[in-house]
Each structure stands twice: as structure tokens, then as C-alpha cells.
Design a protein. Structure first.
Length: 453
């Protein structure tokens, strides 16, 4: 597995960068999207694009070198289930554009959510989660992790202190979505991260719906999660996920709170993950996620998909700007439509929700998701979906194409009616993921579908 140090963490013992290693550093996402990470060109062929290393395994550097690789004492790749050069280039660039220290790419966003929690919590432990999360994540937490012996305590984030009240000695993490889908009320990241630091609890933030326009690490989040399937990929061709470590959370300071990182691991001769990380100058959280969870559970991203996500990253800043412009035009149109009873969009929020939107969203960017309800309710919403011609009716967001769905009967159908309402899903709610088409065409399709509903 290839272990890369952030520039600020390099020491005099760090080996010199290999030929083809990038040297230019930038803080601007438009530049990082194209040049982030250590890859500059392939030293063998001179290829500028990151190659797709479609190989299951990699030649070991002699017996002594192999010993060090397997002991996590030297960088390198062993087996694509754990790491791969294409994956490594994607991880480095994603971590850099997010402002983090290290990343782990995985086979899906659901795998990323599961690994983010399982890396900290074991049977008998609990996490505290915002109610404003994706329906699949709710099911993962409420049912599947429960079967693993991990309890999830759901709280309303409009009162950040609810996280503190739900905390006990067995609480290992807080979890939230930055721009929760479908509620679209920005999560109070700094407030809950601060509460977590009082207890030594890291805040995990799923930033899938708001890459670049919300910066969780700048507000104290410890871990960021992505379904890279969405905006990072952008073309609806590849499934993937990622977890990113900030590099700033003091995991070493809380041995009782974070036993997975402090307790000896019998599969690595009784070493602790903080000891392992310190020895090689890496980051314990991501190191353990790769060397234990990815090794044992095998939710590996394919080299082809890692390559696809690198292509998506290159245009992410440009695409997001257009997504956001189009979404605001659509939201304004729906707000003035006589058949629409409610529009769910950060621009139109009031009170604390508005304050959080102004605090955390990049100015003038409200995201590309728009929710609305028709006055005639559930059946009108379903008729609207069936009447769409330009929009695709699919269970996805963040595609270059415009997408629409009726969450209560699809993405959130596994939740009870009460739990659906807690996440922001009413029976008549329609969710739009606004794409990159000309805004006049997007509005025209909405107009004819509303009339048909």
C-alpha cells in the first residue's frame, strides 16, 4: 500500500520524490483538480494522464522489501484489493482538493459511510447521527450496524447540544450530512465539531451533495465522506466512495474514547495503529481503514473507476458552477409557480437554517438539489415524474444530466412514515438534481410536466 506524507508532515527521513513527481502546489481547487497529488507524468512512458493499472498484484521488492511492505514499514503496492497506483493518484488528489491529509477510495459511497463508522466503533459502542441523512445511510445505521452491535442515536441537528445529550462513554463518533438530502438544511458543522472535541469524539461529515461549496475541515470536522458516484464522477458511469482524514483531529489524546486506534491489534503483532502511523509518518485513521477494513472486507475500488473519478475531478469546479447557476434558476421558477406549494432550497430558508446556509455555503452557491411539493400532493408528484421528458427518472444525484425522483416511494421507502418526515421527506416531495443542460430547456420540461400533473 502506498503511503504518502502531506508536505507539512515530510521529514528528513522521507525519500526523495521519484521522477515524474509534481512539485507545484496551489490552494485553488481549479488548479488542484488538474495537478493535485504527487503524480506529474509516468516516468516510463512520459504519459501525462494517470495510467489505469489493471493488475491484481505487484512485484515484491525482494524478501526483505516484502517483509517491510507487509509490516506497513515501507510504501508500495501489494494487491489491488488494498491499494493500486491509479487509486493512489486519485486518493492524493481528492485529499488535496478537500484540504485533508489522506484519503481512502472505496467501491461505493455506502462502503465509505460504513467504513467511516466501523473504523471507530465496535460491538457495544454507539454513534450519534443527525436525522438529516440519506435513506440508505439511515437503513445502514438503524438496521445493519445494529445487527453488528453498534447503536445509532438519531438527533435533530437544529439543536446542536442534542449531540452532547445523546453522548455517553461508549459514543465513538458523530455523523452528519453537510447539505442533507433531501432536507437541504445545512448542518451546523462547527457547533457539533466543537461539542465533539469536548468529549474527544470526531465528527464525520458526508459532503457528497456539496463538494467545494462547503468545506467541512475548515469548520472542525475530523473525517469527510463522499459518494464519488455523484458530483465527483459527474457522468453517471462509475460507482465509488471515499473517506478523507483531516490530519488535525487529536486521535492520540483520547485512548479511552477511541480504542480502535489505541488498543493493540493482534493481526499486526500487537502494535497499535497510532504507533504504526507515528513510525512511518502517516495518519492512523486512514491507515487502519485501509490495512484492516479494506483488507478484510474487500470493498475495493476498481482501477477503471478510480481513473474515471480522476477525469471527473478535473472538471469538478467548472461543472459545479454551472450546476449551481442552473439550480438557482429552477428554484426561482418553482417558487413563483401557482401549482407549487413549497420549494425546498437553501436560498429560501429562514431562521437558523438560513444562518447556517450563509455561514457554511460558498457565497452565491446553494447546491444543485432542489426539492418541491405540488399543491395536489402525492399523486400529483407521481404524475409529474411520469410526465417528464428531458429529466431522467433515476435514483442518483450529481449527474451531468438533470434527474428527478419521488423519495417517499423510492430512496426513502424503507423508512417508516415517521422516519421519512424526520429526514424531510413528505408524501408529495419531489427531488430534482439539476444538470448542465441549458436552463431554458430544464425549465421548459418542468413547466410541461407540472401542467400534466
Amino acid at each position: 500500500m502506498n503511503l504518502h506524507l502531506s508536505p507539512q508532515d515530510a521529514t528528513e527521513t522521507t525519500p526523495a520524490p521519484p521522477a515524474g513527481t509534481a512539485l507545484f502546489k496551489s490552494r485553488h481547487p481549479e488548479t488542484i483538480a488538474l495537478h493535485g497529488g504527487s503524480y506529474r507524468f509516468d516516468p516510463t512512458s512520459g504519459a501525462v494522464a494517470v495510467p489505469i493499472y489493471q493488475s491484481t498484484s505487484f512485484q515484491l521488492p525482494g524478501t526483505e522489501g516484502a517483509d517491510k511492505l507487509f509490516a506497513l514499514e515501507a510504501p508500495g503496492h501489494l494487491y489491488t484489493r488494498v491499494s493500486n497506483p491509479t487509486q493512489d493518484a486519485f486518493e492524493q488528489r481528492l485529499a488535496e482538493i478537500e484540504g485533508g491529509a489522506a484519503a481512502l477510495a472505496l467501491s461505493s459511497g455506502q462502503a465509505a459511510s460504513a467504513f467511516a463508522v466501523l473504523n471507530l466503533a465496535r460491538a457495544g459502542d454507539n454513534i450519534v447521527s443527525s436525522v438529516g441523512i440519506y435513506g440508505g445511510t439511515w437503513a445502514l445505521f438503524a438496521a445493519t450496524l445494529k445487527n453488528f452491535g453498534i447503536e445509532t442515536r438519531f438527533v435533530d441537528p437544529t439543536d446542536p447540544e442534542a449531540f452532547a445529550r445523546a453522548t455517553d462513554d461508549k459514543t465513538r463518533a458523530y455523523y452528519a450530512e453537510s447539505l442533507p438530502n433531501p432536507k437541504l438544511e445545512v448542518f451546523p458543522i462547527a457547533e457539533v465539531a466543537s461539542i465533539g472535541r469536548r468529549f474527544g469524539i470526531p465528527l464525520i461529515v458526508d459532503n457528497t451533495a456539496a463538494p467545494l461549496i462547503i468545506r467541512p475541515f475548515e469548520h472542525g470536522a475530523a473525517i469527510v465522506v463522499y459518494s464519488t458516484t455523484k458530483y465527483i464522477g459527474g457522468h453517471g458511469t462509475s460507482i465509488g466512495g471515499a473517506i478523507i482524514e483531516s490530519g488535525t483531529f487529536p486521535f492520540a489524546s483520547y485512548p479511552k474514547r477511541l480504542p480502535t486506534l489505541h488498543d493493540p491489534d493482534p493481526s499486526y503483532q500487537g502494535a497499535t495503529w497510532l504507533e504504526k502511523a507515528e513510525k512511518i509518518g502517516f495518519f492512523a485513521y486512514i491507515l487502519r481503514a485501509r490495512a484492516v477494513l479494506l483488507r478484510d472486507l474487500g470493498a475495493a475500488i476498481s482501477p477503471q473507476n478510480a481513473f474515471q473519478f480522476l477525469q471527473g475531478l478535473e472538471t469538478l469546479p467548472l461543472r459545479l458552477a454551472q450546476h449551481n447557476r442552473n439550480a438557482e434558476i429552477v428554484a426561482d421558477y418553482l417558487k413563483g409557480h401557482p401549482k407549487v406549494s413549497n420549494v425546498i432550497f437553501p436560498k429560501f430558508q429562514i431562521g437558523e437554517a438560513k444562518a447556517n446556509a450563509e455561514k457554511y455555503l460558498k457565497p452565491g452557491n446553494f447546491g444543485a438539489l432542489v426539492g418541491f411539493e405540488l399543491k395536489d400532493g402525492r399523486e400529483a408528484g407521481r404524475r409529474f415524474i411520469d410526465a417528464l421528458q428531458l429529466f431522467y427518472h433515476v435514483a442518483n444525484i450529481g449527474d451531468a444530466r438533470s434527474l428527478a425522483i419521488h423519495p417517499s416511494t423510492t430512496t426513502h421507502s424503507q423508512l417508516s412514515a415517521e422516519d421519512q418526515l424526520a429526514t424531510g421527506v413528505t408524501p408529495g416531495y419531489v427531488r430534482l438534481s439539476i444538470g448542465l443542460e441549458h436552463p431554458d430547456d430544464i425549465v421548459a420540461d418542468l413547466e410541461q410536466a407540472i401542467e400534466a400533473a
